[in-house]
Design a protein around this ligand. Structure first.
Ligand SMILES: CSC[C@@H](O)[C@@H](O)C(=O)COP(=O)(O)O
Length: 340
């Protein structure tokens, strides 16, 4: 059984410390909004939906501390720029702060609602997405888009869980995902906990893998999806999409609608976080390169919509052209929630 990635307690927000996995399963308690902001910055908690949920609880903590809510929101919004779920959750919390009664009680209730809705969305998108896989499926994934990166169950990994629940046999290859190794440290660990057949590969191996054996699908998560379907996800996702296209392997993006940012016309406008070059100069805690070695360390890349076969959301499987499909899904036209 996987430990809860995020847990509200009387004392505050308890986070599974993702920096320590898989060798140590430890929790980190955030009692203040500043502690939540730091936890997001240093990647105790990471992954787009998980960051959004953590920030929502951070706002509730700010209300408990009687801090200025606009200042708290600005602090949380300055932690990481790419995953839009963070800003989506902060906008929802801002709306909730405008009601009657005790602000802490109201904001805590809204944070809990965001938390529960994310799990429900993942279960729903998992059910839709698993229909894309054959009864015996080999899937490649990148980074971590599992329970750990969300409120629970996962997006890309939610599809794999739903496929197993539907009686399918799933074999997974997980890109290790340099430089922070979310694929090997988090995805492989998470899938092994659930008894999956999972094998770690280095990021450059997916081409060789697809030449050596049939692969049924690539499934990844997303940090921000622009109005035209261009998708920002962990650095290396674009390379994997190119390899998949070369081998005619369908490339699926799995994400809740809270990851869609229709205010951006295309992926070119998505802000890409650049992280400290030291992440690249180290591997496994060991320094590989002296600090003066120049490196470039963008944390995300953008996969153009033309390389994406489908975007799986809680409302269903969206096919190109994504502009109209995403608009319809957001307005509830195409797939009414009832009956999903
Ligand atoms: C379900 S989340 C999908 C993405 O957020 C995930 O693949 C990813 O890019 C995580 O990035 P991180 O930098 O670890 O927060």
């Amino acid at each position: 059984m996987l430990p809860e990635p995020l847990l509200w307690t009387e004392e505050g927000l308890s986070l599974l410390d993702q920096r320590r996995l898989p060798l140590a399963v430890e929790r980190c308690l955030c009692r203040t909004v500043e502690e939540v902001a730091r936890a997001i910055e240093v990647m105790v908690v990471r992954g787009a939906p998980a960051i959004g949920v953590a920030a929502a609880y951070g706002m509730a903590l700010a209300a408990r501390e009687r801090r200025s809510l606009p200042e708290a929101s600005a602090r949380l919004g300055a932690t990481r720029p790419t995953a839009v779920n963070l800003f989506w959750a902060l906008a929802r919390m801002e709306k909730a702060s405008a009601g009657e009664g005790d602000p802490f009680a109201r904001l805590l209730a809204e944070a809990k609602a965001i938390h529960e809705e994310d799990i429900a969305s993942n279960r729903s998108l998992g059910r839709h997405g698993q229909s894309l896989l054959p009864r015996k499926a080999t899937v490649v994934t990148h980074c971590n888009a599992g329970a750990l990166a969300t409120a629970g169950y996962g997006t890309a990994l939610g599809i794999l869980r739903a496929a197993v629940e539907a009686g399918k046999l799933v074999t997974v290859f997980a890109d290790e995902t340099r430089p922070r190794l979310q694929g090997s440290l988090l995805t492989a660990w998470e899938l092994l906990q659930d008894g999956f057949d999972v094998t770690v590969i280095a990021d450059g191996m997916s081409g060789a893998l697809m030449r050596s054996r049939p692969v049924d699908a690539v499934i990844v998560g997303a940090d921000r999806i622009a109005a035209n379907g261009d998708t920002a996800n962990k650095i290396g996702t674009y390379n994997l999409a190119l390899v998949a296209a070369r081998h005619n392997v369908p490339f699926y993006v799995a994400a809740p609608l809270s990851t869609v940012d229709v205010s951006l016309l295309s992926g070119e406008a998505i802000p890409i976080e650049e992280r400290d070059g030291e992440e690249l100069r180290f591997a496994g805690g060991e320094r590989l390169l002296p600090v003066e070695f120049p490196v470039w360390n963008p944390a995300f890349d953008v996969t153009p919509a033309e390389l994406i076969s489908a975007i799986v959301t809680e409302t269903g499987v969206l096919r190109p052209p994504f502009g109209s499909a995403l608009r319809a899904a957001l307005s509830g036209e195409a797939f009414p929630k009832k009956g999903v």
